[in-house]
Design a protein around this ligand. Structure first.
Ligand code: 3HC
Length: 692
């Protein structure tokens, strides 16, 4: 990072102002100071216009998010933008890469904007739980009108250069050299006074009914997140107030949102999403090239993994037990890709090309040329062991062997095979071509190089890889079990499931625990319970309801019934049969009926989940709290605006979580161990410090 990230050079009648603050030209304090100084230099020079350029891969990508947690560092960006706007000479923003957030706001302060054809422009602040705080909510609607501004700002989605030009956001798209094109444009406008954005309220204003309809739509899409509505309200002020008053209102809204827990959580998610790909365990290790993957199993999971690999441009050999089964697997991949075509994600040509990269086989010998094999067969130890043994025989001793197991120990799956350093878990989530999470499981002897290859592969597949150690259920499913267990206890005590599902939806999860089980299917959980039954601690409370439901052949949505009934195959309907089963189970277990409020349900559920997360950290299964947060965000629909369970604990206070967990444990002595790490962080400031 240079200490003079903004330089001014002169070229004839033009001043060339260049921002050079790698990697993405974020507007840290020195850049803001540099821009104000540049305006002064332009004013004092004989130059007739200024072209604002950026060095490196992109135009300014926004305010420096790392400065948000520091005190006020002057000058404020909104004042910097105002200073550019008030320059007596025209400024032309020359945009390449992405002009995002504060970056686009700086460009909006310029009097003209030109861009490369591949440039993108957006105001993504909403994803950080804030609103554009440097004039975006006031200037954009004055340039493009109400509805497009609402769309861009409340969704945070960027627009292409072509769309920006059509909206009136760009004066010109520059084919060829951007600097030269921008200079030519500047010369064409430098003799006229710079046009200024109208300071009167924006026009034409939508009607009250139109505002009402837009707000309703924004609220609905926000699903509990505050910033989209905050953005909307700020935009509306642009139609009521003159520019200066509107900017004041925007600043006030920005400060409120910036200090909110939701914004803190979303900023945590932004940085955690990047940090999760860089665990210490792969420091200094180089990934291997993966030119072909053998996927064993063409069922739902195997075909999803194969689809995702093909979409990453990696050829796949799909091995099944017979030619017919392999053909069925290929059919599933084809259906996945067909749905991508239908959704406009790819064309028929691209689909045909990917299908050409898929080779079906019914013999392990076909795996011979692959650099990596991923087994996605039935979740039974002897079956998986057989598959690994066959792969060991068919493939080179260096080829990476990955298991997609959700619960089983990869070391045991690979017991007795050559070269255990190449054994790894790659735990995908269903449907694997859609879900972003992959738990990258480090077995006892997995080498750093093999782990790094797992992370590299996840990135190529546009997935979020998270490092996990070996334990039953790894990070995600182990946390899920603790969450389900506490929900089961509340279910039996309350004799109800619906209030629990409703409370967890209100918390921000897409579904409650019972709905989720019905959607995922109850068989795997049942098999796991049976597997663990012989070693189950008799002191731990066991709720029999799920077993009774499975014994009745009700395995969830797919069978038309589970915890709920499904007459149309999709909509959960309350079922008195289930309530009766719960009542009988509770009676047999001698449980007194009691009730919990929605708040108590949420707190208990979170306490159990966070307590398990603390144990997972303590045991070294997860390296950092942020790894756990990313597992829950990308694999389990945990609301991003809560940052993940460990961040949530820090936001509500670990002392409160500890008190909730102690209450849960006191109700069922012997059933829970309160994590010593949770006790520790409750005293000394939360999980955040452990993120490093
Ligand atoms: N502030 C601080 N750091 C930033 C940053 C920002 N605005 N944007 C990116 N970075 C950092 C990343 O954390 C990463 O750091 P690391 O190497 O230490 O992990 C590095 O820059 C490179 O970022 P990416 O890995 O994300 O690089 P990509 O090339 O994949 O993506 C990007 C580039 C599209 C610009 C992406 O980084 C991005 O979307 N950035 C955030 C854009 C944004 O949200 N802007 C709005 C900021 S808020 C604002 O402007 C408020 C204003 O209204 C007042």
């Amino acid at each position: 990072m240079t200490d003079t990230p903004v330089t001014v050079a002169f070229d004839g009648d033009l001043a060339l102002v260049t921002v050079d603050n790698p990697p993405v030209n974020a507007l840290r304090q020195a850049v803001r100071v540099g821009l104000v100084d540049a305006v002064k230099a332009v004013e004092e020079s004989p130059a007739k216009a200024a072209v604002l350029l950026c060095a490196g891969r992109t135009f300014i990508a926004g305010a420096d998010i790392r400065e948000f947690d520091m005190g006020p560092l002057l000058p404020h960006l909104t004042d910097v933008v105002g200073t550019i706007e008030m320059c007596s000479k025209p400024w032309i923003a020359a945009i390449h890469g992405t002009a995002l957030g504060g970056g686009l706001e700086v460009a909006l302060g310029c009097h003209y904007r030109v861009a490369s054809p591949s440039a993108k422009m957006g105001l993504p602040e909403v994803h950080l739980g804030i609103l554009p705080g440097a004039g975006g909510t006031q200037r954009l609607p004055r340039i493009v009108g109400a509805a497009p501004a609402v769309e861009m700002i409340t969704t945070g989605a960027p627009v292409s250069a072509a769309k920006a030009k059509a909206m009136g956001l760009l004066a010109e798209i520059v084919e060829g050299d951007l600097t030269e094109g921008a200079k030519a444009f500047a010369r064409s406008v430098m003799d006229a006074a710079p046009p200024r954005i109208d300071r009167a309220p924006a026009r034409p204003a939508p009607t009250e009914a139109e505002w009402g309809a837009m707000r309703k739509a924004v609220e609905k899409a926000a699903k509990g997140q505050m910033s989209p509505v905050g953005c909307f309200d700020a935009i509306r002020e642009a139609f009521r107030l003159d520019l200066d008053k509107g900017l004041e209102a925007e600043r006030a809204g920005f400060m409120i949102l910036k200090n909110s827990d939701q914004s803190k959580a979303l900023r945590h998610a932004f940085f955690a999403e990047r940090a999760v790909a860089k665990p210490k365990a792969i420091e200094g290790a180089s990934p291997r090239a993966i030119n072909r993957v053998a996927v064993v199993g063409g069922g739902l999971m195997g075909s999803g993994i194969a689809t995702s690999l093909l979409q990453a441009g990696i050829p796949v050999t799909m091995i099944e037990t017979s030619d017919e089964a392999a053909a069925a697997g290929v059919g599933r991949v084809e259906a996945n890709l067909a749905s991508a075509v239908k959704r406009g994600i790819m064309g028929e040509d691209a689909k045909a090309k990917l299908m050409g990269m898929l080779t079906p086989a019914s013999d392990y010998a076909a795996a011979a040329g692959a650099d990596l094999a991923i087994e996605a067969v039935f979740e039974e130890m002897p079956i998986k062991q057989k598959v690994f043994a066959a792969l060991d025989e068919a493939m080179g001793a260096e080829a990476i062997l990955a298991t997609n197991t959700s619960y089983l120990n990869p070391d045991e799956i690979a017991r007795g095979l050559r070269n255990p350093a190449r054994v790894i878990g790659l735990h995908f989530f269903s449907p694997a071509h859609v879900m972003k999470l992959v738990e990258i499981v480090q077995a006892k002897e997995t080498s750093a190089e093999v782990l790094a290859t797992g992370f590299d592969l996840a990135k190529k597949m546009r997935k979020v890889g998270v490092l996990s150690g070996v334990c039953d259920g790894f990070i995600g499913n182990r946390m899920l079990s603790a969450y389900r267990r506490v929900c089961d206890y509340m279910m039996e005590d309350m004799r109800a499931i619906e209030p629990i599902d409703a409370a967890m939806r209100a918390f921000g999860l897409p579904m409650g625990p019972f709905q989720l089980m019905d959607l995922a299917g109850l068989q795997i959980g049942w098999a796991t319970r049976k597997r663990l039954a012989p070693t189950r601690d008799p002191k731990v409370r066991y709720v029999t309801v799920a077993d009774a439901i499975c014994e009745a052949g009700r395995f969830g949505q797919k069978t038309g019934a589970g915890w709920y009934r499904y007459e149309d195959g999709r909509t959960p309907l309350s079922d008195p049969w289930v309530l009766d089963v719960i009542e009988k189970a509770a009676e047999a277990a001698g449980r007194k009926k009691r009730s919990f409020t929605a708040d108590e349900i949420q707190r208990r559920a979170m306490a159990a989940m966070i307590n398990e997360g603390a144990k997972i950290l303590d045991e070294g299964i997860a390296a950092r709290p942020l790894d756990i947060d990313m597992v829950k965000l990308f694999g389990y629909g945990f609301p991003r605006w809560r940052g993940g369970p460990m961040m949530h604990a820090d936001l509500v206070g670990c002392d409160q979580v500890l008190a909730d967990m102690e209450a849960v444990a006191a109700d069922d002595p012997g059933s829970w161990v309160v994590s010593p790490l949770l006790r520790k962080v409750a005293k000394d400031g939360g999980f955040g410090k452990l993120n490093g």
